[in-house]
Write a protein that binds this ligand. Structure first.
Ligand code: AKG
Ligand code: FE2
Length: 187
């Protein structure tokens, strides 16, 4: 467990064994039903609490349906591992799948009103390592890269989502697929 010297986040390496991480990513890709299929990123989500999930974005606010897919057994195991490693509990898991080096996600904070900001937001990474960038909302010149190793967890501390943004840029060269499981508490 390594707290970052500048960014309010803690890095946990090897929460999931590397070989298991590869097996689980392949297993999950095979059983999940994706909500969107654009070339950048596919996503799906699981909620354990029946609250409307508001999703703020450039398109305005969307409410996602309350009904989620049945959690595959691999997901239940990973969910528990992240809760044990970080000593937190979560009611939502959003899964992103980036097919290759082009997959990316723009600058944002996870600041939906449905998210309980008194708890951290945790990202479990599977697949190809990528770079996640962090910058303070009030100073865009300071950018801190964090490498997302397979099986690692990035714990973004409670409160960070309103003071820092994060972003996963596309990469040069050839990179295999990456999956991120983003765990959040809901209000
Ligand atoms: O894929 C990642 O590591 C970042 C995901 C993310 O920031 C999000 O889904 O809000
Ligand atoms: Fe995010």
């Amino acid at each position: 467990m390594t707290p970052h010297p500048h960014v309010p986040m803690t890095y946990y390496s090897d929460v999931v064994d590397r070989r298991d991480a590869a097996t689980m990513m392949r297993g999950l890709v095979g059983v999940l039903t994706w909500e969107s299929h654009d070339t950048n990123r596919r996503e799906c989500f699981f909620l354990r609490k029946a609250v409307p999930y508001y999703y703020g974005g450039k398109r305005g606010k969307e409410i996602r349906p309350l009904f989620t897919q049945i959690e595959p057994p691999y997901l239940r195991r990973l969910w528990r591992k992240v809760e044990v490693a970080t000593n937190c509990s979560f009611e939502a898991c959003f899964i992103n799948y980036y097919e290759n080096e082009k997959g990316n996600l723009g600058w944002h904070g996870d600041n939906s009103p449905s998210i309980d900001q008194t708890r951290p937001v945790c990202i479990l990474s599977l697949g190809s390592p990528r770079i996640l960038l962090f910058r303070p909302c009030i100073n865009h010149d300071k950018v801190y890269p964090v490498i997302t190793e397979p099986g690692s967890v990035i714990e973004m501390h409670a409160g960070i989502q309103t003071t820092w943004d994060h972003h996963m840029p596309p990469m040069l060269g050839t990179h295999g697929p990456r999956m991120s499981l983003v765990f959040r508490g809901l209000v």
